[in-house]
Ligand binder design. Structure first.
Ligand SMILES: [Zn+2]
Length: 212
């Protein structure tokens, strides 16, 4: 049984997740922890629940999703995984952050790239990794058929979709990726987004104005 804890962090109100299963192992998805109080909050959550962090797995590497990567790396000595096509975003993070008015520390390159043919594994859990470019070229989503859960990053939001005006963005690719890959999942799939509230595939299929 997966437990998905959401932390709404940094001034961009990004959703960072700690995902654990019954073994106590956990992964960090899109750690955007920025303020000291956010560091304390996640630290307390890990220790109160006796969790064992094993990796950082990012849906994509825009600066608001990686602001907490170095903190998590240092705190828990875990490797950072991402898709190779988003590695350039890690290099650009400082500059991009500055454009939005943030002082953030340099984030080192991912330790490993996802092997797309293989699931993401921790504890007793396997998550399917699905490449859905368009918001960023190396954007992936994590899916558990067994748990009926999709971690969608900035691909799909409640009533909206990710912006495509940043470098490497592609509106056409994003829309077709959502329609062909995500809308192929069961309607009742619970979707956790990179910003804002949760939704379901069925709800977005019938009401998302960007996908009509
Ligand atoms: Zn993004």
């Amino acid at each position: 049984m997966l437990k998905i804890e959401k932390f709404v962090v940094n001034p961009l109100q990004e959703n960072s997740f700690v995902i654990s299963d019954e073994t106590g192992e956990c992964i960090f998805v899109d750690p955007g922890f920025y303020f000291e109080v956010e560091h304390d909050e996640v630290r307390d959550y890990i220790s109160d629940n006796h969790l064992k962090p094993v990796m950082i797995a990012n849906t994509h590497c825009h600066f608001d999703h990686i602001m907490g990567v170095e903190f998590i790396r240092k705190e828990y000595d875990v490797p950072f995984y991402a898709h190779p096509d988003d590695a350039f975003w890690v290099e650009k993070a400082l500059e991009q952050g500055q454009m939005f008015g943030f002082a953030m520390a340099q984030v080192d390159a991912p330790d490993f790239f996802f092997k797309m043919a293989e699931p993401l594994k921790f504890g007793n859990t396997e998550l399917e990794i699905i490449h859905v470019p368009g918001h960023s070229p190396g954007h992936v989503v994590f899916y558990s058929k067994k748990e009926n859960v999709l971690i969608a990053g900035d691909v799909l939001f409640h009533g909206s979709i990710g912006r495509t005006d940043l470098p490497g963005g592609n509106h056409q690719a994003l829309v077709s990726g959502i329609k062909n890959k995500l809308f192929a999942l069961p309607d009742e799939t619970h979707v956790f987004c990179g910003h804002g509230p949760e939704t379901t595939i069925g709800f977005e299929k019938t009401s998302n104005p960007f996908l009509m």
